[in-house]
Structure formats: C-alpha cells, structure tokens
Design a protein around this ligand. Structure first.
Ligand code: AHG
Ligand code: MN
Ligand code: MN
Length: 343
C-alpha cells in the first residue's frame, strides 16, 4: 500500500464538518506514488457493509433477525440470523468492489476466490459476540487486509502472518457505532453520524496505557486452566496496594467490546487455552491477528502466552490460538506467571 503522508497527523482541525473515513485514508496517502484508489475503494466497501449491518443490528428484534437460522457453521456452532446476514453483506460488497482477490470469513467453511487480479485479500468476522445479540449487549465486526501476492494467487494465499497486514479494524455496535482502524500509522477511531450516515474521525492516535486497572477473562473457565494461569488469576485478585491490586474484573463476552475497552483504558484481556479448548477459542486469522495489529499499533502487546500473535502463521482459515492482549506491563506479568518466573 502507498506510504501515508506523515504531515497528515495530527488531522487538520475541522470546525463545521469533521474528517470522514475516506478523507482520512486519502489524506494519509496523498502524494504517495502508485496510490490508485483501490485501497480506499475497498475500505469504503467495508464501511458500507458496517453501516448496513449497523442498521439491522439496531432493529434486529423488529426485523426478525434474532435467533438462529437452524444451520451450524464449520465450527459446529449454531448460526445466528444476524451472523448470516452480516456475512452475506460483507461478502457481497467486498466481491462487488472488485478490489479483493481472496476473502476469508468465520462463516465460510473455505476462503473464497474473488477477483484474481485484485491487489488485496480480506479476512473478517462478520458478527463478533453473537451470544450477545439477543440480549442487546455490544457486538461487532472485525476485519483485516493483506496485500495479495504478485503472480498467482489461491485461497491459501490469505494464510499469512499478521506482520504482513496492511490494515485492520473493527466496528463496535454499542451505545454508538464506532469504527477503529489502523493502516499502520497509528490507531484512529471514527464514530457513525446517524443522520449523515457517515463515519467521522472522533479520536485520532489512540494509545493503550502501559498498564491498566482491569483484567478481562471468563472466570467460569477457572477449573480448566493450567495451574500457572490459575495462579495469575489469583494474583490479579489479591490485595496489594503497592501493586495496584486487586484489578477490577470486566468481561462482556464480545471480543470487540473487551478489546476496545482494553485498548482505550489499558489492562489485559485473555482467552487462554484450557482443557476444553487446547488452542483457546478465538481464531487467529480474523480475530486474534487484527486485534493484535491494532493493539501493537497503539503501543500494547498481543501474545499467545509465548509467541507474539503477529508472528504466528495460520495453518488454516479457522485455526485457533490463545489470545492475551493489552497493556505492556500487564501482559508481561501474565507471561511471567505462564513461564513460571512468577507465582
Ligand atoms: P463469535 O461470536 O464471532 O463466535 O465470537 C465470540 C467470541 C468472542 O467474541 C468472545 O471473546 C468469546 O467468544 C467469548 O467466549 P466465551 O463465551 O466462551 O467466554
Ligand atoms: Mn468472533
Ligand atoms: Mn462471529
């Protein structure tokens, strides 16, 4: 992708009209050689899909979009109507953009060839946090963009390490609909203006604090964790004012919501491996990699406990990985417990 124009940051102050998502992308690449607009078109397509999904999420209860389709996906999970809808919207707009060579989705058994001459590949989780749809708790959409290989491209081309990502982002359908995006030059938050139907820059250059006050993990899995993780969990709940303990516990059960809070306020999110899920529950390609790209761009860390997430190559489109991400200091403490240096 063309090098963004560094003079763009911080963004120009707009008094009457904010900076749109498209302006932000275009400004960031102004004057860069060989920027053909394909990347911008692809991001515009993803933004359109997110706005369509947003409109259905807001009225899912009235649009008959609660509940299940009756199908099970490649993970053996019950497919929710909104999962399927979001997947169809993203597949349609991304394929129709003509800018995508290969797309991979949580809701597709296999990655799919689109335009073999296109320059980019997209992986996405169309609807993250599905278990929260019917109870009106924040859910989201996660996506990442790779450059397609020169020469021949196949569905396996998308199985690349996160270090090669050009961009990643997520939408949170919460009290507001926000889109958090990085193209490798910092992390920027856009908020959907409902009346204009447009994303405007709301918080540029998000930074993850070096340590935070909350830990985020499904404590219900305690019996299945290794001894080391159990000891870490007891440590963060112990009382030690000098260490800022106990940490507060926050767990939404939607990765986008838990990761968004952790990125903004600091702390740690963990979905470790356990006796039920030997590789954890979250998928590397369209959940862990994009979140790791974003948290690292914001100054945080993302690991499987041993390796950095962005160094891990997916073995297949749905390969799972333990995901621990957040503030550098908090993630490093977790790693010390995991490797037995502490505890
Ligand atoms: P998805 O709805 O895309 O399958 O993702 C759900 C994931 C993730 O959003 C969340 O962090 C995790 O499932 C919660 O799992 P538990 O309910 O097992 O804690
Ligand atoms: Mn998910
Ligand atoms: Mn999902």
């Amino acid at each position: 992708m063309a090098e963004p124009n560094p003079s763009f940051y911080p963004p120009p102050s707009h008094t009457v009209v904010g900076t749109t998502l498209e302006e932000h992308i275009l400004e960031g690449m102004r004057g860069a050689p060989a920027s053909t607009g394909d990347f911008t078109s692809l991001l515009n397509a993803i933004s359109l899909a997110v706005r369509i999904i947003h409109s259905r999420v807001r009225a899912a209860g009235l649009a008959g979009l609660f509940g299940y389709t009756g199908d099970t996906n490649v993970h053996g999970e019950q497919v929710q109507k909104l999962d399927e809808f979001a997947n169809e919207v993203l597949c349609t707009v991304i394929e129709r953009s003509g800018r995508c060579a290969v797309l991979a989705s949580e809701e597709l058994a296999e990655a799919r060839m689109c335009n073999p001459d296109a320059k980019y590949m997209v992986a996405f989780d169309p609807l993250d946090g599905s278990s929260n749809i019917d109870v009106n708790v924040s859910i989201g959409t996660i996506f990442s963009i790779f450059r397609a290989p020169d020469g021949s491209v196949s569905t396996a081309s998308v199985l690349r390490p996160g270090r090669e990502l050009l961009a990643a982002g997520y939408a949170v359908y919460g009290s507001a609909t926000t889109l958090v995006l990085s193209t490798g030059q910092g992390v920027h938050e856009f908020t959907l203006d409902l009346n204009a139907g447009e994303f405007f820059l709301s918080r540029p250059n998000l930074r993850c604090p070096s340590r935070g006050k909350t830990y985020s993990i499904n404590e219900g899995n305690f019996p299945y964790w290794t001894k080391e993780i159990q000891r870490w969990s007891q440590f963060v709940k112990s009382e030690d004012k000098t260490l800022g303990l106990p940490m507060g516990h926050r767990y939404v059960g939607s990765l986008v919501a838990d990761a968004h809070r952790t990125l903004l306020k600091g702390g740690i999110f963990a979905y470790p491996a356990d006796r039920k899920n030997a590789d954890g529950k979250l998928r590397l390609l369209y959940e862990a990699q994009p979140m790791a790209f974003l948290i690292e761009q914001a100054g945080g860390l993302a690991t499987d406990g041993v390796r950095e997430i962005l160094d891990i190559v997916p073995t297949d489109a749905h390969a799972k990985v333990p995901l621990i991400l957040g503030s550098r200091d908090d993630v490093n403490v977790y790693k010390e417990f995991l490797t037995g240096k502490r505890g």
